[in-house]
Structures are given as structure tokens and as C-alpha cells.
Write a protein that binds this ligand. Structure first.
Ligand SMILES: *[C@@H]1O[C@H](CO)[C@@H](O)[C@H](O)[C@H]1NC(C)=O
Length: 419
């Protein structure tokens, strides 16, 4: 039976109140962190900024969405030669089960650009259907007015019969590899753009993505010139925090820190008892044991439960993200390593098929190439339905069926501060 002195009891009650307070604070602070015990899908997947951006981009598209030739909004597909573009944007679009978002994707990367900035971009959209007219957007008036190159399989020397067979078999994996390859190739071969940005057809961009990304690219280039980073394959403009939590492979590191903190508290308590007289009665051995094996572990547990993204957020800027960077919604490739990737994808479609994002990671690992990420995400994934999950029914509410996009979601994007 342990007897507590008055001071000890006071301390323990104080600690209990403090701990309860922390629990309440982190229940709210971590509600949006997908790696946290306190994560609440309702909170974390609630779209805010992305809804605003969807509305803005569709608003931008409206005046272009007419078939007669309007001198204020001249057609893009016929007038410009895109040879001096700085960024070639490659987008593969397929017919999605619920809604098509390709109009939002294209419009949101263009709607805040000046005319000069617009001219540094060339947008190639591949309609990846053997009969492209089945895609609801293929015949829409805005398309040739906004997109620099509207591509179909006819423009490539691929075997239509192979693609037809893959479509019939619903072999999405193998077909996505071919589609990605074609789209990347069209950017690489038809332009001299030093940067190739591959987007999926269900993303929406931040208002300031262009300047932010150009700045990040020049930062990366200066690092590269100074030799502080390795050769690199891409910088990602979208990532989900879902896989950036506490990772198993770091368990030794986490354990070492925890043990270290417990040891430190023990040492400090013993020292304090020695040098401060008035503490001698309070900090006896059993009480130090309660501190070290009760209070401190409770705090450490709370720290881990609160989630890594909450406790150790990444600073805004460019970060190395060689592992746990998911998914392939928006990747910017420097031109130099694209031929090797094209070759890798070409070979991969004959092997056991993997998802395109896994293939890209494998290629980078095999060639010892770094992968970078812009923090926070410049793009958001707004696909309501994915082929990966193969659901029969969707229960989606709200003005736009976004709702967390089945977890492939950037919570940081939604908090974008823009005056
Ligand atoms: C463009 O106009 C067509 C009708 O001509 C309409 O069906 C479509 O929804 C419009 N698209 C956008 C993105 O506003």
C-alpha cells in the first residue's frame, strides 16, 4: 500500500486534470489527421477549399464553352504552336462511373494564369477510349477552345484491337499503363518542354499552383546544381497524409526516444531531490516510479495517438519523399529521366501488371532516383469513385460528390489560405 503525502496527491490530481485537458484538445486538433486515433472521417474528409476551386474553375470555363468562334476566347487547339512551352501537361481521361471531372482538372490549372503564363503551358488530353465519342466531354464545345491537343488512339501507332480487348476484359491496370505511356510520350516527343506534368483526370489545383510550383522547381534545380540532392525522377504536387503517420519501420527510433525521455525524467527527479530540500519528502522512490512508469508513458501514448501529421507537421517547401508518397494524381517530371521511364512502362505492360504509381516507384528505386514533394499539396484529388474499389453503389451528398475521395485525399489542401 502506497501512502501519498498531500503534495503528491495534489500533483496527481493536477496531472489528471491536465491530461484530461490534453485529451480534449487533441480530440479536436487531430480530428482531420488520418494517422491519428482521434481521426474523424466526417471532419477529415470534408471538402472546403476544393469545392470553392471546382466552382471557380467551372465559372472560368463557361465563356469558352461555345462552338462559335469568339475573338475574346480564341480556340486553342488550332491556333497555337506549343513548341516553346515550359510545361507540357499530360492528362489521360477515361469515362468515370459517376461524374466526369476532366473539365475541372483542365480549367483549374488555367483559370488564374496570365496570358503570358498560359503560353508557357501546353495541355495534352488523351481520350483513352477506343470510341472516344463515348466520353461525355469529348464533344463539348470548351474542349478545343481550352486544350492545346485533344488526342485519341488514332494519333498513335498502337494496336486498337489490343486496347479493345483490354477494355472488354476490364483490364484497367494493363490499359492504364499503356495510356500513361502514350500520354507521357506525346508530351516528350511533341514538345521540347523541360517539364512534363502528368495529371489524372480527377484533380483540382490550388489557385496559386503555377507560381508555387515554378518556385519549387527552381529551388530543386539550385539544390541539384549544388549537389545537395541526387538525380531525381519527379516532384509530386499531390500526396495524401494517410501514409505519412508513424511507420512501423521506425519503431526502434520511437522506442529509443520514449525510453530516453523516461530516463531523463528519472535523472532530473533524482537530481532535484538532491539539490532542492523542499522536494525531498515528495520525490521519494515510489513517487518517481509513478512518474516514470505512469505519468510519462501516458503522455507519450497520447503523443503517438495524436498522430504524426499533427505533432510533427512538414514545413511548407520541398521535401524528399522516397517512401510513403501516395499516389500518382499529379507528378512533375524533369525531361531528362522521361525516356528511361517510357522504356520501363513499355516493358512493364507485358509483365505481371501493377498499378501505374507502383511501377513509377519501382522504376525510381531500380535507378536510385529521388522523389520529391511540394508541401502542402498543390492539387486535390476529387474523384468520387475509383476503379480500384469497385463499389456497386455510392451514397454521396452535397453540391459536389467529393467527400474525401475514398481516402486519397490531402487534408492540408482544404486548409489552403488564400486572401
Ligand atoms: C458545356 O456546354 C454543354 C452544352 O452545350 C453542357 O452540356 C456542358 O455541361 C457544358 N460544360 C461545362 C463544363 O460547362
Amino acid at each position: 500500500m502506497i501512502f501519498f503525502t498531500r503534495k503528491q496527491r495534489l500533483f496527481l490530481v493536477g496531472f489528471a486534470v491536465f491530461y484530461l485537458f490534453l485529451l480534449i484538445v487533441y480530440r479536436f486538433r487531430s480530428a482531420r489527421d488520418p494517422g491519428s486515433f482521434f481521426f474523424q472521417p466526417e471532419e477529415g474528409y470534408r471538402p472546403e477549399y476544393s469545392i470553392k476551386r471546382i466552382d471557380e474553375s467551372l465559372e472560368y470555363l463557361r465563356p469558352y464553352n461555345q462552338s462559335f468562334n469568339d475573338p475574346a476566347h480564341p480556340a486553342r487547339n488550332f491556333t497555337t504552336s506549343s513548341d516553346n512551352a515550359t510545361i507540357c501537361v499530360g492528362i489521360v481521361t477515361v469515362k468515370r462511373p459517376l461524374e466526369q471531372k476532366i473539365s475541372t482538372t483542365v480549367a483549374s490549372i488555367l483559370d488564374n494564369l496570365s496570358e503570358k503564363e498560359r503560353d508557357t503551358l501546353t495541355v495534352h488530353v488523351l481520350f483513352a477510349l477506343t470510341s472516344p465519342a463515348d466520353h461525355p466531354d469529348y464533344s463539348q464545345p470548351w474542349l478545343p477552345n481550352v486544350v492545346d491537343r485533344v488526342l485519341t488512339y488514332d494519333q498513335f501507332d498502337t494496336k486498337i484491337s489490343t486496347l479493345q480487348r483490354l477494355e472488354e476484359k476490364k483490364d484497367v491496370k494493363r490499359k492504364s499503363i499503356i495510356d500513361y505511356h502514350l500520354s507521357l510520350k506525346s508530351c516528350y516527343e511533341d514538345t521540347q518542354a523541360p517539364w512534363i506534368m502528368m495529371l489524372e483526370d480527377d484533380v483540382v489545383a490550388q489557385r496559386g499552383w503555377y507560381n508555387h510550383t515554378m518556385q519549387s522547381l527552381s529551388t530543386i534545380q539550385s539544390w541539384r546544381e549544388r549537389g545537395s540532392i541526387k538525380n531525381w525522377l519527379y516532384v509530386r504536387l499531390f500526396y495524401t497524409e494517410k501514409f505519412l503517420g508513424w511507420n512501423d519501420e521506425n519503431w526502434l527510433f520511437y522506442t529509443a526516444w520514449s525510453v530516453g525521455i523516461v530516463a531523463m525524467v528519472a535523472v532530473v527527479s533524482i537530481q532535484a531531490r538532491r539539490s532542492i530540500r523542499s522536494l525531498q519528502g515528495t520525490l521519494n522512490n515510489s513517487f518517481i516510479a509513478i512518474l516514470c512508469f505512469g505519468c510519462v508513458p501516458l503522455l507519450i501514448i497520447l503523443y503517438f495517438l495524436a498522430g504524426r501529421v499533427t505533432m510533427l507537421p512538414m514545413r511548407p517547401g520541398v521535401h524528399l519523399m522516397n517512401t510513403h508518397g501516395c499516389c500518382s494524381q499529379a507528378l512533375m517530371f524533369p525531361r531528362e529521366n522521361v525516356p528511361a521511364l517510357l522504356e520501363y512502362l513499355e516493358k512493364a505492360r507485358y509483365a505481371r501488371p501493377l498499378a501505374v504509381d507502383s511501377l513509377i516507384e519501382r522504376m525510381a528505386n531500380a535507378n536510385d532516383l529521388d522523389r520529391l514533394a511540394i508541401v502542402p499539396s498543390q492539387m486535390q484529388h476529387i474523384g468520387a469513385a475509383s476503379f480500384k474499389e469497385n463499389r456497386k453503389q455510392y451514397h454521396l451528398k452535397g453540391p459536389h460528390p467529393v467527400q474525401g475521395a475514398h481516402g486519397v485525399w490531402s487534408m492540408e489542401f482544404e486548409k489552403a489560405f488564400e486572401p
